[in-house]
Design a protein around this ligand. Sequence first.
Ligand code: SF4
Length: 200
Amino acid sequence: MKNNAQIDPRALAELIAQLGRSGHGEGLQSGLTPVQWTALRYFARANRFSRTISAFAEYHATTRGTVSQMIKSLVAQGYLTRTRSDQDGRSRRLDLTAKARGALADDPFEALVRAADAEAAGARRQLDRTLRRMLRHVARARSARPFGTCPSCEHIREDGRCPEGRSPYSCGLFLAPLTRAELDQLCVNFEPASSGGALP
Ligand code: SF4
């Protein structure tokens, strides 16, 4: 039986890539390409500061020019809407439409979600840590920033008070309150907390 030292890193990387591709296949039947599915999943998970073409290009490790035609096509097909960004009047925020949410309900990627769900909680936690570390490594090699979520971000603030109708959390970078639902959304401005986790 092989021990960890004998696991070929290339074979491991290929397994990860194969897992990623396995979420694509049947998607072609819907008329959406794999990159369009990736975009819809991204806009479903990204926070309001990150739902832009530039942020998606960064997430997809490509250029804005490469993805902008594809995003225009998703807008034209009624999967995304554009609105002026609250933070920056010059950029446009992209939001999913009901049609996109309907498509995501039949997302072939769900097979992968179910496979992850079948793993024990401890194995999932360990895999989560390992894959995040690998993502950070790859991002560093590309001189790009890793995406992440608020609970482990340097900029998260929790003042411990919850005035009526207001969230106890805020973003120290955007000086904006954050709802609980937003804490688990992907952010292009994520900065890993030096302590490893800014929220308990
Ligand atoms: S706290 Fe960090 S991850 Fe959350 S919105 Fe602010 S910059 Fe983004």
